[in-house]
Design a protein around this ligand. Structure first.
Ligand SMILES: [Zn+2]
Length: 500
């Protein structure tokens, strides 16, 4: 069996090498490629993905996997080998169950839908996008059928991003969270607003970049194993634990974009750099789920990067970079300004207190669309009525309402909840970390982040995709994903900032 396992691992390594090569082409596409390269690049990526598919679904590979899956039943269920075989089995099932005809039709549809969505949003004309969205909803229902029987039609979609997580679990978490978030937001809205006007001054782009580099270097981002470039939409991408790259976007007239975007992507990258090197070239060299990934980016962006101890260390340095903009803004004013809360129409600009409400709205609508209890035709009205209920705001048009996000045009149903779950996990981890490291605030005040990153590495990063998200959170914190720590975090923070 040892020999069989070694051969199997070699076959898996080849599949994941091709996969990494396809990702490299995507990185290049977004960072370096001249626009003329787009069409051929699409072919090149599709060919590599086709190779991954045919290698994964080959008879030989299927037979090997079948034998090893039986063997895995005799192994310690928590051993790396058992988890590797289980993960490859899941990868195989997804490739084997979903027909190539479906996949081809899906990619063709979303390619057209993306163009239609761009146009519809530019003209604020939902009718232009509607027929494409109807087809996408239909295709996502067909996708769920490949995985029947299921408890809920949304489960197979959620499973793509959150392995083994059920729709009912997410609904239970959000039902608990929603009224508390709405109440907190109301209390903040009734308080005097803080000043954040200094964030909108003109800030030299190179200096913004340099300051971000200084901070993430202290966080532990390893420049021998990574690099940072500019791209229209910031992202993190890893080709091995020794090559995890980030991108950022700089806005000359709004300093938070590059600053917090860089800290966010660095959180993702530290996760990727921290996986057990023994997992290289296997599906285990990945994050546990999108939500766990987001918990890492949110930790470094928000729990650390928007905290007072962090700025007690870094603010004098930022003032050195920008004396004319921030020389007369004291630390307390700056801290309140970067934590400014305002109910807004747009998710990507939302602050920590309102963000999850944007997600809940989308999740409810996605579930209703998949269940068939909401028709695509009625989606804009359903969107607007929830905006009023949660935020007391009415979108003036669909561009600032139902058409704002790209996700549905790309067929990403099941993705949105991972953002909110990531926020919840970040606060849960932080409570645990603070218990074990009661002087964490003092460490941050001294600009020391090595212990923090080491804690994340040994508790989260090193395990890669070995554990399911709920299982991992339970192992580290003693309970499954729980909204209470996040609400405690928000309430403490904003009570002080807004004098609630
Ligand atoms: Zn992220």
């Amino acid at each position: 069996m040892e020999k069989k396992l070694a051969k199997f691992k070699q076959a898996v390594a080849e599949i994941f090498d091709i996969y990494a090569a396809a990702m490299m082409l995507e990185w290049d596409q977004q960072v370096n490629m001249p626009p003329g390269g787009a069409e051929r690049r699409g072919n090149q990526i599709a060919t590599l993905q086709g190779l991954v598919h045919s290698k994964t679904t080959s008879k030989k590979f299927g037979k090997r996997l079948e034998k090893l899956s039986k063997y895995a039943e005799e192994l310690d269920p928590d051993s790396d080998d058992a988890r590797l075989i289980q993960n490859v089995q899941k990868f195989y099932d997804t490739h084997a169950k979903v027909t190539p005809e479906y996949t081809a039709k899906f990619y063709k549809t979303v390619a057209l839908a993306y163009g239609a969505w761009e146009e519809a949003r530019a003209e604020s004309n939902f009718a232009k996008f509607q027929p494409y969205l109807e087809e996408i909803v239909d295709l996502r229902r067909q996708y769920a059928e490949f995985f029947a029987p299921y408890e809920h039609v949304y489960d197979p979609l959620l499973d793509v991003y959150e392995p083994d997580m059920k729709t009912a679990e997410v609904q239970a978490i959000f039902n608990q969270l929603r009224p508390q978030q709405v109440e907190l937001l109301k209390a903040i809205a009734d308080s005097p607003q803080v000043d954040s006007s200094f964030l909108h001054l003109e800030y030299d782009e190179q200096k913004q970049w340099d300051f971000g580099v200084e901070v993430i270097t202290k966080y532990g981002y390893d420049w021998k194993r990574g690099r940072q470039d500019k791209s229209a939409h910031p992202f993190t991408i890893g080709f091995s634990v020794n090559d995890v790259r980030i991108t950022t976007r700089v806005d000359k007239n709004y300093i938070p974009t590059a600053l917090f975007g860089t800290l966010h992507e660095c959180g993702h990258a530290l996760y990727g750099m921290g996986h057990n090197p023994a997992y290289e070239r296997t599906p285990l060299a990945d994050g546990a789920s999108m939500a766990v990934h987001e918990s890492q980016s949110r930790t470094y962006e928000n729990l650390v990067g928007r905290s007072m101890p962090f700025w007690e260390h870094f603010y004098p340095r930022l003032q050195e970079f920008f004396p004319s903009q921030l020389g007369n803004v004291d630390l307390g004013t700056f801290y309140k300004g970067i934590n400014y809360v305002e109910p807004s129409l747009i998710r990507v600009e939302a602050d920590e207190a309102t963000y999850n409400l944007h997600i809940m709205l989308r999740l409810e609508l996605e579930i209703a669309l998949m269940e068939g209890s909401l028709a695509v035709n009625d989606l804009p009205a359903a969107w607007n009525s929830r905006m009023e209920e949660y935020f007391d705001l009415t979108p003036p048009n669909d561009a600032q309402g139902v058409l704002q996000d790209v996700h549905w045009s790309s067929g990403y149903f099941g993705y949105f909840p991972t953002y909110a779950l990531g926020n919840l996990i970040s606060a849960q981890l932080w409570e645990k970390l603070s218990q074990e490291m009661p002087d964490i605030d003092d460490q941050m005040r001294r600009g020391e982040f090595a212990n923090l990153t080491e804690w994340m590495r040994s508790n989260i990063h090193v395990h890669g995709k070995k554990y399911k998200p709920q299982e991992l959170v339970q192992r580290v914190t003693g309970s499954k994903i729980d909204p209470a720590p996040y609400m405690r975090y928000l309430t403490t923070k904003y009570s002080e900032i807004y004098g609630l």
